[in-house]
Design a protein around this ligand. Structure first.
Ligand code: UGY
Ligand code: MN
Length: 247
């Protein structure tokens, strides 16, 4: 229960914690029959948008296209994803990447389907082929020990190929597992906690976090996480990758 006049949400200049209690829906062109929460956006200084879509049974979304690339991950329920005429059913844990120039269509959702979408402006490299669409299922991706720790496992959902300038990863920590050091890096993150709880350090603040919380980390935001619950904690996150800092 939230205390009267209180929230754990905190929006700072170089990081943000957005908790579900304060979310207010907005209308987004191309989306119907869904509650849309634009959780992260350029409006707060972020270089990405992170959307949470909660569909009704007749919901439909057409996202991206133009210079925008999109990656959608189904957190609960299921729907059909279409990119460039290729159509795939996605259940919970299913995901899809639609490159710039290829709108992402989500249709025929089960009522209550919840989808996180990360979007950014694609940065082209001359002479490099454009990235292909990707359809996948997180259950089929191997979780690799992070820097040798078998209790902190990382699933890399998109191809590790210079054609892609967006990474979307799934991190699962056993209780007590943590990032081995406080990271400070050029890459920006958008993140949503999928399961469990822990403490996230963002710059010089420490935040208790739980499933449903979203986080923005600007480039160079010092960051660290420790899983503190009785069960595993997992989060889905975005990262901009593979481009020259001057691009
Ligand atoms: O990929 C990453 O930079 C990751 N280790 N960061 C994070 O989980 N905050
Ligand atoms: Mn990081």
């Amino acid at each position: 229960m939230t205390m009267f006049g209180e929230t754990r949400t905190r929006v700072a200049n170089r990081h943000a914690l957005i908790t579900p209690d304060g979310l207010v829906p907005s209308l987004l062109p191309g989306v119907s029959g869904a509650v849309v929460n634009v959780i992260l956006s350029p409006g707060m200084g972020a270089g990405l948008t992170q959307l949470l879509l909660t569909f009704e049974a007749d919901g439909h979304a057409e996202l991206g296209g133009g210079e925008i690339e999109s990656c959608a991950y189904v957190m609960a329920g299921g729907c059909v994803a279409t990119v460039d005429g290729q159509e795939e059913p996605l259940a919970a844990g299913g995901y899809v990447f639609a490159p710039a120039g290829s709108p992402l269509e989500l249709s025929r959702p089960a009522a209550g389907t919840r989808v996180t979408v990360f979007q950014k402006m694609f940065v082209e490299i001359e002479g490099l082929p454009a990235p292909d669409p990707v359809f996948g299922d997180a259950a089929r991706v191997e979780g690799k020990p992070f820097l040798g720790d078998p209790d902190a496992r990382l699933k890399t959902l998109l191809p590790e190929d210079p054609a892609y300038d967006m990474a979307v990863n799934l991190f699962t920590y056993q209780p007590g597992a943590r990032l081995p050091f406080v990271e400070t890096h050029i890459m920006e993150h958008g993140l949503i906690m999928l399961e469990g709880e822990g403490v996230y350090r963002l710059e010089n603040e420490w935040y208790p976090v739980t499933a449903g919380d979203a986080i923005w980390m600007a480039p160079y935001c010092p960051q660290w996480f420790v899983a503190m619950g009785k069960g595993p904690a997992s989060y889905l996150y975005y990262k901009d990758v593979n481009r020259d800092p001057f691009a």
